[in-house]
Design a protein around this ligand. Sequence first.
Ligand code: LMR
Length: 393
Amino acid sequence: MFANLKSQPADKILQLMGQYKADPRADKIDLGVGVYKDATGLTPVMRAVKAAERQLWETETTKTYTGLAGDPEFNAALAALVLGDALAAERLSSVATPGGTGAVRQGFELIRMAAPEARVWVSDPTWPNHLSILNYLHIPVEPYRYFDADSRAVDFAAMMADLAATKPGDVVLLHGCCHNPTGANLTLPEWAEVAALLERTGAVPMVDIAYQGFGDGLDADAAGVRLIASRLPEVLIAASCSKNFGIYRERTGALIALSDPAKREVTQGTLAFLNRQNYSFPPDHGARLVTMILNDPALRADWQEELEAVRLGMLALREHLAAELRQLSGSDRFGFLAQHRGMFSRLGATPEQVERLKREHGIYMVGDSRLNIAGLNAATVPVLARAILAVGI
Ligand code: LMR
């Protein structure tokens, strides 16, 4: 039977992680996978997470199953973090999932059950795994233009022109903030225009929000998804705690669905059913830590403070890199680095230039020239700036 298996295409981001690990050069720089690193290259366990783990160790009395949809307290706390004032309990269904990817997968499965003919519109470019999962599930994909290669900003007119062709039964996948892989984001007035367009065409938005708190702050980063949630009758949201709580390997996330109140019960039941089919009960450890942090004022304040320091640190690195490149190149053509938000920016280099950065300079970024700003520190910013110019970007 296994003789029939064919080798599967390697995930480009994970492949790069392996190449970086195998590189013996001591001065190599990892700007690949989307994992936050501090100035020493460490992905720290956040203070509030450590404190919650300590408390949990003392107080947890059982490891028996939680609910099939996850712990209701976690679902409520995470929905409140994402939706804020736009939370409407009578419309809300939610299940805990293994990370943001689990939420994306369950969202796509829900779409396939509800509308087997649905097409999913994705930004060009998008996170490669969006495409990979959609293809795996045989869900038709339609790209919409998003990124202007010259300005490295959102090509909003092109995006709106493409999305005008959406129709009822279609789903439009949007990045809630910190667009992956480009770093170029919609402004709030643009979100409002997207919401109005989807109201007109009848397509359903699905918002993947994996970096809340990494861009302009916890509330500002969720402003777009909140606007969509308050305007559209049906919305899917895939939320991740991997990055903003730094609990990557704990696999913590949620799929949230907003529906007509009359359909809430059946939507919630379908989400729980999907959990049962795919992995039964979702993982609990990370979800429990997040719940403890969000529901305890002192832990929450400490978490927010540390998250804000992480965010400001990445912003400072962006500004440093843009300034360094301005000085070395004598031009402002890298100014977009300071405008982008989140962990990523797409540099706009050719695959050959990206390859040269790796081969000649030991600098690893994804082949589409996405770089992870958090992989830098004050000492490596000038090294990267010089290398960028040396390979002719
Ligand atoms: C990334 O885009 O690098 C992250 O979301 C990690 C991943 O799973 O790809």
